[in-house]
Design a protein around this ligand. Structure first.
Ligand code: NAI
Ligand code: MG
Length: 397
């Protein structure tokens, strides 16, 4: 096996804990890699005025593959107040380093798997018609467009003349918003391009084809958001006809889909959506298969840079515990996505099987899996610590 260099970006809070445990697991699984540390997160915002320093960008440019823990983000004004005194009042504005990283490296494709582990006490259960319960096996890959849509960052409050006047040319704007004082109108735009919509659709089609799924579901709202959602659905249908014969295109509306999550989640195997709807969907699905302790993600794109991270944040309230209690599995599963991406499928499979075995056996469970309230006492009360969970997975390798 060729030795790999991985940019390890722990970030803040529990990101530091779960990434360290993840590297311990990867080492134990025999993944041949060197980890170079990448600075990212709140400390670097406060100390340097930049949560994603250029040196980290250079490391990603050079080595291409990043493992990322989590960061702390705060609203603009709070961020400004926490800057080091010598950096204050210099016009520095806080932007999320995750969003910056996505845009900078055009990591337009985000994959978020939601898969049931047998025996996970957090699995969704459903009442059957005869009053019993059943546990549907969820296995859905969510493809979220990662760079455009509502998160494209093109927003105004108290819009400048050029924007205001342009909007007035649209009759709905003129009819519904023009009468409000301009500084009481807030605008966030949702922009989709054909190019990047096609890329996320094709990623979903390819995945469906490779994994023997019969179709993909486009989850948008084309009846109301006609220009963007409408374009996405039509494009999916056109691409299917041309290049993916035999793979169906189904479509659901985001609102109805969220309701169907608890009705028939096992029906969906591949869902593709624009940025925000994909974000909502993946959290919704994650809730059925164990929540934030199990939700992993991969993001990659044209530049060849790919970053793998759990979807949870830095959980500051647990960050300083002497014995960490958080569940490292989301981070582990993200590392498996990295291994799959770089072609180390055997190690990935072995780690996933080890995780599945630990969960199914049920002897070692972090506090979230025991439905406890998070506190420093959970380990005393029988929950596994982060380290104990890692040890258990390593033992099953
Ligand atoms: P969070 O995901 O950090 O935590 C929410 C709650 O989920 C925690 O209090 C905890 O109860 C639970 N949780 C999270 N990860 C867990 C794990 N591995 N095991 C067990 N339980 C876990 O989200 P929150 O509290 O909204 O945000 C905290 C900070 O993280 C904020 O500054 C936010 O901006 C940032 N954030 C960063 C993200 C990232 O780095 N990708 C994503 C989401 C939030
Ligand atoms: Mg989210």
């Amino acid at each position: 096996m060729e030795k790999r260099t991985i940019v390890a970006m722990p970030g803040d809070g529990i990101g530091k804990v779960v990434l360290e445990e993840c590297i311990r697991l990867l080492d134990a699984a025999g993944f041949n890699a060197e980890y170079v540390h990448g600075d990212i997160g709140w400390d670097f915002w406060c100390k340097e005025g930049n949560p994603l320093p250029d040196r980290t960008i250079e490391l990603l440019e050079k080595h291409k593959i990043g493992l990322f823990g989590a960061i702390t983000s705060k609203p603009k004004d709070k961020a400004a107040a926490e800057l080091a005194p010598e950096l204050q009042n210099k016009g520095l504005v806080y932007y999320s380093p995750i969003v910056t990283m996505r845009q900078k490296f055009k990591m337009d494709i985000c994959k978020r798997p939601c898969k049931t582990f047998l025996g996970n006490p957090l699995n969704f259960i459903r009442r059957t018609a005869d009053g019993n319960f059943e546990e549907p096996a969820v296995d859905c890959m969510i493809f979220r467009q990662n760079t455009e849509g509502l998160y494209c960052g093109i927003e105004w409050s108290n819009a400048p003349d050029t924007i205001w006047n342009a909007l007035l040319t649209h009759k709905n704007f003129a009819n519904n918003f023009a009468s409000h004082p301009r500084d009481e109108v807030f605008i966030s735009s949702r922009i989709l391009t054909k190019k990047y919509t096609e890329r996320i659709l094709r990623a979903a089609f390819d995945y469906a084809k490779e994994n023997g799924h019969k179709g993909i579901t486009v989850c948008e709202k084309p009846n109301v958001i006609r220009e963007t959602s409408g374009m996405m659905l039509k494009l999916a249908q056109d691409i299917a006809k041309k290049d993916y014969p035999g793979i169906a295109v189904w479509d659901t509306n985001i609102d109805a889909q969220m309701m169907w999550l608890t009705k028939n989640p096992e029906t969906y195997n591949v869902i593709v959506a624009s940025n925000m709807f994909g974000d909502i969907l993946s959290d919704g699905f994650a809730g059925l298969v164990g929540g934030l302790g199990f939700a992993s993600s991969a993001q990659f794109g044209e530049s060849g840079v790919a970053v793998f991270e759990p979807t949870h944040g830095s959980a500051p309230k647990y960050a300083d515990y002497k014995t960490s209690i958080v569940n490292p599995i989301a981070m582990f599963l993200s590392a498996c996505m990295m291994l799959d991406y770089i072609g180390e499928k055997e190690i990935s499979q072995r780690i996933q099987k080890a995780i599945a075995a630990v969960v199914e056996e049920g002897k070692v469970r972090t506090y979230d899996m025991m439905k406890m309230r998070g506190s420093e006492d959970t380990v005393k009360n029988g929950a596994a610590s982060t380290t104990q969970m890692t040890d258990a997975v390593i033992a099953k390798l």
